[in-house]
Design a protein around this ligand. Structure first.
Ligand SMILES: [Zn+2]
Length: 504
């Protein structure tokens, strides 16, 4: 049985390796060593040695999981503008400073502030359902049976698993539910006057046949984001939105919803997938059913918050910046563990791994925790605005906002595709060889407007379980796997290394 490498050995090995390959030791043809950064010859470190060291170190002495635990359990959820988010930022600055990166700093950002409030209930009154339960014969017309599997007792009303969507207005609404299963149906039913005075259930479900669950999400999410305006215009009292999830369960998934100032703002509420199926059935079988919604969520004045940044200054091109990060804010349900504590920890760990291995970056590497991705994108927007104002040169940006699941690969800009493809075999060796066209992300998006040449990369982990927990109370630390999170961090570090090597 062989003895596996210990973290100290890995770091020591890389130190010795880096010493041999250090730019300072390169002898130019004239026989003079070059002390000046702008005369340093481009060298090629043995990439496979670097990849192996990154993965060995993270798997034997990774820090991301422990730090994510501190964030999730010590701070918890981090909705923009909340006290928790601000406490989290203080923690992040102090955590990053403890690693002695070259710089750790913040950028002030004004963020919107929405609070869920103390009252949040959705109740169903239905004699048909009560009779079904009394007779022990609940309907078998649900695709998702989690509601009846929970074995509800016959009662006067049924509290439904629901939560306000982010940004929703509060209010007390009572009415009957009408089900809308597609955007086209919304228009035709609305024009026919069928939505007037009703509580509309927008019930478009994930297409389960799509292997990439983000595509399924993309096919449905507009009903949550943009459903309020058309429903209100058609006279609806409130909107229930089927949760954005592949799962059948009793966890509602929140997320942002938008209004227009010129259109009456009506309450917007997420219901669990099992509740959506229950309501779809009962609304047809029981014309006398009633749903009552009570919410006191509210929007408060904007509040000062911050992006948090740690960097390692580049030796050859200190003025050229490679960004990588995730968003630090989360929804208030759960702990923002996968979304996007994991992305932030990927970025922090990538910077730490490269530093711990004694790697001297050619360009300046910046780990960024953006604030307010979920309900405003103010952090990413301000980051790009400051970059433009200061004339910064951001040559590449990577975003990790798809959870801390087992890494599969990356989406990359076509401009840098050939350089990344050179590493295909090596990436395959670590299971991260899925290279797709089209990197990008919400937080790095605004950088493109400032500098169209910024090369974008998105981190792609396995997507099968992401929407089980996304924006729900189940997005907690316990649902993050240590090895998967650490493999993702090493994958991000490997990609940052590639970008640092390939880009001028
Ligand atoms: Zn996210």
């Amino acid at each position: 049985m062989s003895i596996s490498a210990q973290p100290a050995d890995i770091v020591e090995r890389m130190r010795a390796y880096n010493e041999l390959n250090s730019p300072r030791n390169i002898v130019f043809s004239g026989g003079l060593s070059s002390p000046l950064p702008n005369q340093i010859r481009r060298i090629t470190i043995d990439d496979s040695v670097m990849f192996k060291a990154l993965f060995d170190l993270v798997l034997t002495d990774g820090h991301a999981y422990k730090r994510l635990g501190e964030l999730c359990k010590g701070i918890g959820s981090r909705l923009s503008g909340s006290d928790n988010a601000e406490r989290g930022i203080v923690w992040a600055v102090s955590m990053l400073k403890s690693y002695q990166f070259d710089t750790v700093f913040t950028q002030s950002v004004m963020v919107p502030r929405w609070e869920r409030g103390e009252i949040e209930s959705v109740k169903l009154y239905s004699k048909v359902l009560t009779n079904q339960l009394k007779s022990g014969k609940p309907s078998d017309d649900y695709n998702c049976e989690a509601f009846v599997e929970a074995n509800p007792k016959p009662q006067k009303f049924y509290p439904l698993n629901a939560c306000a969507l982010g940004g929703s207005v509060g209010g007390h609404i009572a009415g009957t539910v009408i089900v809308v299963n597609s955007n086209r149906a919304l228009d035709s039913m609305g024009k026919a006057g069928l939505l007037r005075g009703k509580i509309v259930l927008l019930n478009l479900a994930f297409d389960q046949t799509l292997l990439n669950t983000f595509q399924a999400y993309g096919g449905c999410v507009s009903q949550r984001v943009n459903g309020a305006v058309p429903c209100s215009k058609y006279g609806a009292l409130a909107v229930l939105v089927r949760s954005m999830s592949n799962r059948c369960d009793l966890h509602p998934h929140t997320g942002v919803t938008h209004y227009e100032d010129s259109v009456t703002k009506i309450p917007m509420v997420a219901v669990a997938t099992a509740v959506a199926d229950l309501l779809a059935d009962i609304s047809i079988k029981d014309p006398n059913h009633r749903v009552e919604i009570d919410l006191n969520c509210r929007t408060l004045p904007d509040r000062l918050s911050a992006n948090v940044i740690a960097s390692s200054v580049g030796l050859q091109y200190p003025e050229k910046i490679i960004d990588f990060g995730g968003h630090f804010d989360s929804w208030d349900e759960g702990e923002g563990a996968h979304d996007d504590g994991a992305g932030c920890m990927h970025a922090f760990e990538a910077l730490r791994l490269l530093k711990a291995l004694g790697y001297t970056p050619r360009h300046t590497l910046r780990c960024v925790f953006w604030i307010n991705e979920e309900n405003g994108l103010r952090g990413g927007t301000e980051y790009a605005r400051l970059a433009a104002e200061r004339g910064e040169n951001h040559i590449a940006a990577l975003e990790s906002d798809r959870g801390g699941f087992v890494p599969r690969g990356f989406g990359v800009d076509s401009a840098i595709m050939p350089g990344v493809k050179m590493y295909q075999k090596l990436l395959n060796d670590y299971g991260i060889g899925t290279i797709e066209k089209g990197g990008g992300g919400a937080d790095i998006g605004p950088l493109k407007k400032v500098n169209p040449n910024t090369a974008f990369v998105s981190f792609i982990p396995d997507s099968q379980r992401y929407f089980d927990v996304h924006h729900a109370e189940t997005d907690v630390f316990e649902n993050v796997n240590k090895r998967e999170l650490h493999l993702g961090a090493a994958a991000v570090a490997a990609m940052i290394y590639i970008l640092d090597q390939q880009l001028e």
